[in-house]
Design a protein around this ligand. Sequence first.
Ligand code: FAD
Length: 408
Amino acid sequence: MSPAARTAEADGEPDLVVVGAGLFGLTVAETTARELGKRVLLIERRRHLGGNAWSEIDPQTGIEVHRYGSHLFHTSNEDVWRYVNRFTAFTRYEHRVFTVSGERVFPMPINLATICAFYGRHLTPAQARELIRSEAAPYAADGAGESLEQRALATIGPRLYDALVRGYTAKQWQTDPRELPGSVIGRLPVRYAFDTRYFDDTWQGLPVDGYAPWLKRMASSPLITVACGVDFFDVRRELPRVPLVYTGPLDRYFDCRAGALSWRTLDFERRTLPVPDHQGTAVLNYADVEVPWTRVHEFRHLHPERRHTQDCTVIAREYSRRAESGDEPYYPVNAPADRDRLLCYRSMAAAERDVFFGGRLGSYRYLDMHMAIASALRLVRNEIAPRLTPVLRRAAASSRGPGSGPVG
Ligand SMILES: Cc1cc2nc3c(=O)[nH]c(=O)nc-3n(C[C@H](O)[C@H](O)[C@H](O)COP(=O)(O)OP(=O)(O)OC[C@H]3O[C@@H](n4cnc5c(N)ncnc54)[C@H](O)[C@@H]3O)c2cc1C
């Protein structure tokens, strides 16, 4: 269908406006159009769909480059897996990450191969467990303490912590790990098996023909009108008075009235190097504080099944820092001051009529792609469908009260 015909068909009052065409917004728009037969206006500030999952073919090398860092699709949620397979097939790529510490390289997350290589010994799972237990034992009493460092020491002991965790975490958060809450790393995973995969989900892989075709297919319904390069705040007052799904930053929606929420941002330094292979893998972490970048991505390795040029390769060095105003927000910091502000914004969001907040920015929660999709599917089924379809609305009203606010 030509762009003009598509616009003509989709023209007219939308039933729903969605702000943000990341995987959350795209999933809401796609399911609202396909399952409910409703018209959707999808507004995106950037000039492309897909939020941070977007990738593009580098014109010089033909290599698919993930503009916002390597994105690996993985899920154990069958609904989500079935849903994404409507739009793309996936390769059988299994992600593996290695960490450079001094002159040595170890697989991450910490597993039996890491422990054997680090201590230079062949260990059985039971021997490795006992070794790590004895290393961590002197710190076990502090493990209940609040800091990331205390928690890590009580889990893996000082030697693995110093070599693999301390410097990397300090660079990632630009904060001494003694000052960071333990919740930042959650439960530090240690696998007592030679399982070097980064994810242990039931399904993982990369879209066979790339992210862009997948993401574009999600927005291809004639009922969806896409407006890229449009900032919601520039057009807010001109929009039709219909229900709105907002996936931009939660604080910005309310003009930061309760104070700005803090975020970590990333800088990517992309280079084309005149070698066929720079590092032999897709992602290398750099644990030492003396190395300014946290990770290096080499995109050709995400698709070993493709025939790539042998003349050169594309890499991106990733640097992490606190976001200033005007920076792209990537990871919520969740500092103590943020928690109070977040509560404030959540109650303001709950009071907003016919506005549904969701996604990574709208909920101020880090979400992987499968989590964003699952959360968007729930929003459409539980909130949008009853709101836009009177029969479903009456059924929902008899079973529960109205709901809005950030969705989980
Ligand atoms: C560096 C990095 C690496 C990641 N790696 C992985 C990975 O390997 N695997 C994985 O599963 N997930 C990964 N993710 C998560 C993934 O990129 C998404 O964050 C996740 O899918 C959530 O999608 P979303 O739609 O909520 O958010 P986003 O993808 O952030 O999309 C939000 C969209 O809203 C738009 N927007 C914001 N404000 C406005 C406005 N005022 N007007 C109009 N549009 C606006 C933004 O431009 C953006 O396109 C990674 C995230 C980051 C930051």
